[in-house]
Design a binder for this molecule. Structure first.
Ligand SMILES: *[C@@H]1O[C@H](CO)[C@@H](O)[C@H](O)[C@H]1NC(C)=O
Ligand SMILES: *[C@@H]1O[C@H](CO)[C@@H](O)[C@H](O)[C@H]1NC(C)=O
Length: 136
């Protein structure tokens, strides 16, 4: 269909397809939606991917779009749901916020030059699914 989308070739030379879903959803709803489409709520592992995602986020009305990144409620560390190592990061605060016993997930924030920010996982935002396959 005509959802906004983009293609890249990632650092491992895999073709990656990003598709933006405009329905505002909680973080867990967004994770489930992407899983049901054989994809993952987006992870970002390079500056090139960051810039591709920024372009997709730029054309939403919403100021925030979910990343597939959440904080461990007990231990406070951040992790990607697709199990990508958290090596590349680009937070508004310069480093990941550490708030223990919280229910925080990450968004990419259009109002903050597309940097990443920590918000309640229960907020509702549009999101982008990431898939290694070209799907409709
Ligand atoms: C962080 O994100 C901004 C905005 O998308 C981008 O211009 C910049 O290159 C990124 N920084 C790094 C180190 O990737
Ligand atoms: C976002 O859109 C504005 C206005 O069209 C444009 O000037 C800017 O370069 C865009 N930024 C990105 C990262 O796509």
């Amino acid at each position: 269909n005509n959802s906004p989308h983009a293609y890249i070739t990632d650092l491992h030379f895999y073709k990656v397809f990003f598709k933006r879903i405009n329905d505002s959803s909680t973080w867990e709803e967004a994770v489930d939606y992407c899983r049901n489409k054989n994809s993952h709520l987006i992870s970002i592992s390079s500056e090139m991917e960051q810039n591709t995602i920024a372009t997709l986020v730029n054309t939403t009305k919403s100021s925030s779009v979910w990343l597939g990144l959440r904080q461990s409620r007990v231990f406070g560390f951040w992790f990607w749901t697709d199990e990508m190592p958290l090596s590349y990061q680009n937070w508004t605060s310069g480093s990941p916020p550490q708030i223990s016993f919280s229910n925080h997930c990450a968004v990419i924030s259009k109002d903050n030059n597309f940097l990443w920010a920590s918000v309640s996982c229960l907020e509702k935002h549009p999101f982008i699914c990431r898939s290694p396959l070209i799907s409709n």
